[in-house]
Design a protein around this ligand. Structure first.
Ligand SMILES: [Zn+2]
Length: 435
């Protein structure tokens, strides 16, 4: 069984012209020996890489043979007419990148490895923490403090040594997103914050890769498939810009029932397999919402927004963007709270992020000075487990500093609302000193 490689069957391709995607649905075949001419015609017809990548994916299903062990391992796939040997070969020659090896990434990674997806990438900069294990089932107690990418790799190898696991133990940024995504066929977003969600959405759009996005909050989950190639909407059609810093609490602060990411991550794995196998109807243009408490699934229709800043008619987002994350709940404290914290023997760091001359004029007793402009450079030298209370003149610069610190993994950084002016208003010169 398997396909003849003399002819390459192409079911349809996309032509990008004047920023519009047009689907050419006429099936046709190209003789392998005429491939070079075909590529030349294609480039002339549809300049740009989007169309090219799509075609490569269409023709890259090879004839394959399976070992006895593989036949045994995937026997429940082989007996499904919609999968069979061709489908399993597709999976084996596919690659998927999972952004985040956390709650959503865990079940997704487990099922993709078990199903035999040939190359699985994991990107995550964090290390396993004891508080992760309540839901992040790709990790175990013996892997606390181990890089999540390394821990996930070990688990996936145990589940299926036939698949290749690529680890990316660093953060996804506007600088590296396109390079990282380039090596994969399908992208899974299992991240837990808005900056990454927007970065992955934009990156997948620019790279023209299908994105299976999931999100969870307390008892609610949602997922959708964003696929530029099929003309569907993107995440920004739904939410054009990230919410204002602090408007939405992060999962760390909000809590989540352990099995919830299991449900949503498993659905993400299912969408990925459907896309790779080209079966069923992918969740494009639809948002599935799961309410765990009432045990109800709802479906919302998502439409492409002509004014979308990314995929709309006059896009304003033309390259990946790095946004800064702030966690709302617990990330602010008033000067009154600050005072009582300091008076009760505060063991963390009180940080002044103003300019040295402002600091010299007056500062709260016992603080350390790191001007805002130097914060980013100083972050690697700060103890990430320490508690930081950060202030400036009115609370704006310090809010930004807290955002940078939290983004860098310093979770216990909080902003003093109103800054030193609020302190002066409330307490006069008490606990303030010069120099
Ligand atoms: Zn859009």
């Amino acid at each position: 069984m398997g396909r003849s490689l003399e002819w390459l069957e192409i079911e349809g391709f996309l032509i990008e012209s004047n920023s519009h995607l047009t689907k050419d649905s006429r099936p046709f075949a190209v003789k392998r020996s005429h491939l070079a001419d075909f590529i030349h015609d294609l480039i002339t017809l549809a300049p740009g890489t989007c169309a090219m990548e799509r075609i490569w994916r269409e023709w890259s299903v090879p004839t394959m043979s399976f070992t006895d062990s593989e036949r045994h391992r995937y026997s429940r796939h082989f007996i499904l007419p919609q999968v069979g040997e061709d489908g399993q070969a597709r999976l084996k020659h596919s690659s998927v990148l999972c952004v985040g090896a956390g709650g959503l990434g865990s079940p997704t990674l487990l099922y993709l490895a078990a199903a035999g997806v040939g190359r699985i990438g994991v990107i995550d900069a964090d290390r396993v923490d004891l508080s992760n294990l309540q839901r992040q089932i790709v990790h175990g107690t013996s892997r606390i403090d181990v890089l999540k990418t390394e821990s996930a790799e070990a688990t996936l190898r145990e589940i299926n040594p036939e698949v290749e696991v690529i680890t990316h133990p660093y953060r996804l940024t506007a600088d590296n997103v396109l390079e990282v995504l380039a090596d994969y066929d399908v992208i899974v977003d299992g991240s837990d914050n808005f900056p990454t969600r927007f970065l992955v959405n934009d990156g997948a759009y620019f790279a023209n890769k299908p994105l299976v996005a999931g999100a969870i909050f307390q008892f609610d989950g949602q997922l959708s498939v964003f696929d530029r190639a099929s003309g569907g909407p993107c995440y920004r059609c739904l939410l054009p810009e990230p919410p204002a810093p602090g408007a939405v609490p992060s999962c760390d602060e909000a809590g989540v029932l352990g099995a919830l990411p299991g449900v949503v991550g498993s659905l993400q794995a299912m969408e990925v397999l459907k896309i790779l196998l080209k079966i069923g109807t992918p969740l494009v243009g639809r948002m599935m919402h799961y309410d765990a408490l009432s045990a109800r699934f709802r479906e919302l229709t998502l439409r492409r927004d002509p004014s979308c800043p990314l995929c709309g008619e006059n896009p304003t987002v033309t390259a990946p963007v790095d946004y800064v994350q702030t966690c709302a709940a617990g990330a602010e404290l008033s000067v009154q709270e600050l005072r009582s914290t300091l008076e009760n023997g505060f063991s963390g760091v009180l940080l002044d992020v103003r300019q040295p001359e402002e600091h010299a004029w007056a500062h709260i007793t016992g603080c350390r000075l790191i001007p805002l402009g130097e914060i980013e450079a100083a972050i690697p030298s700060l103890d990430a487990d320490q508690e930081y209370l950060v202030y400036c003149k009115i609370g704006q610069r310090s809010a930004y500093a807290v955002a940078l610190m939290q983004e860098a993994g310093i979770r216990k950084a909080r902003n003093v609302t109103g800054g030193i002016l609020a302190w002066h208003q409330a307490f006069g010169m008490e606990m303030l000193e010069e120099g």
